[in-house]
Design a protein. Structure first.
Length: 85
């Protein structure tokens, strides 16, 4: 069970770099300031530094989700692999 959970958490960590799930149908896709479509991991790097941005808190939440999943799930996965060997 511990291994399955760590695998799922690590796969989710990789997935959140590339997939943005909208809350409602009316929410738009993630776009750079220039108007081009963006991957979530690239989008939050740009939007966190934006002064008075309307999506700064969304960018911070995506960044923190990425960091916390890396700290918890990826480390847990590595520890599980080390436990197996």
């Amino acid at each position: 069970m511990l291994g399955a959970q760590s695998i799922f958490g690590t796969l989710w960590w990789v997935l959140i770099m590339f997939v943005y799930v909208r809350n409602t149908v009316l929410d738009g896709q993630l776009e750079f300031i220039s108007g081009q479509w963006a991957l979530p991991v690239a989008w939050w790097w740009e939007r966190i530094g934006e002064a008075n941005g309307t999506s700064t808190f969304l960018a911070v939440s995506l960044m923190l989700q990425w960091i916390f999943y890396a700290v918890v799930s990826v480390v847990e996965f590595v520890a599980w692999i080390m436990y197996l060997y």
